[in-house]
Ligand binder design. Sequence first.
Ligand code: SF4
Length: 336
Amino acid sequence: MLKPRATRDPLHEPLPFRDALAVWFGQNGRDYPWRRTTDPWAVLVSEVMLQQTQIATVLGRGYYTRFLSLFPDPATLAVAEDEPLLKAWEGLGYYRRARMLRETARAVTAAGGFPDSLDTLQKLPGIGRYTANALRAFAHDRPAAVVDGNVARVLARLLDYHHAVDSPSGLKHLWEVAERLADPHRPRIYNSAIMELGQTFCRPGVPDCLACPVSAFCKTPEPSALPVKTAKPKTERIHTHVLWARDRMGRILLHQEQGKRRQGLWKLPERTPEETADLPEIATRTYGITRFHVTMHIHECADAPAREGESWHPEEAIATLAMPSPYRKAVEALLA
Ligand code: SF4
């Protein structure tokens, strides 16, 4: 891989570094809906959605615009019930984010609007250092630095930083560097630019250093080796056994989750391997969730007594219920 040699230090020459990023971004920056608004609510929704979901999913499948049309302001979400909220979030995963967003909406509504000071923002439920700074920069255009996965990668390569970027000391160092580099006069542009650099040329793996607007400031001779991260726990394979049970009226048996993570979501009822041993297996689906690789075995069952948390639902009602993606796909395939 060809990489131009660094001739400048961004920490010693932050002004030309910021200018190079700003010029590049002015000519090449992507047009996202959250970049067209200064409404802190719209910015917050985008930040929360993008925390664990790709831009292509959030935009391409219409989640962002649909969510904002259903909940156009914090006051609307503050009084929303679980069912429409989870339905609007269906397919994005990590449903805890949706409930936390409603907690934030309630606090903002009670306070009469969004604060813009860093301290007050960080006192809102669900708002940490990153989100508070993102709101300050993107909604209020106030001086603030952001460090997400993309920015951490760019900074580690710029500085040839070989400590784990996701360790407490690595993060502390990167936030310090980010605050020194951030542009106090163009915070919205600067932060959008450095994030976009991480999404495009300075991508994971092998970056495109020849096209990079700040290659003259980049110290690492071997960018594909960076950033260093702490070892992830190994993926664990697990098997679940679920029922595809329909009664004489064609209704489908579903279970509503009560656990913390997916509370309120509907799924196919789970049984032990022993309980399903004699039932025909009609389909399997595999999916990943956090560090688990799950194989879901689906067993057909003519009828089954509903257990606690389980109930029968007519086929036409299924589309209105909020379901985790793997279950939605399984149910749709079985109905088809
Ligand atoms: S793409 Fe990344 S690694 Fe390559 S020169 Fe630019 S900042 Fe450095």
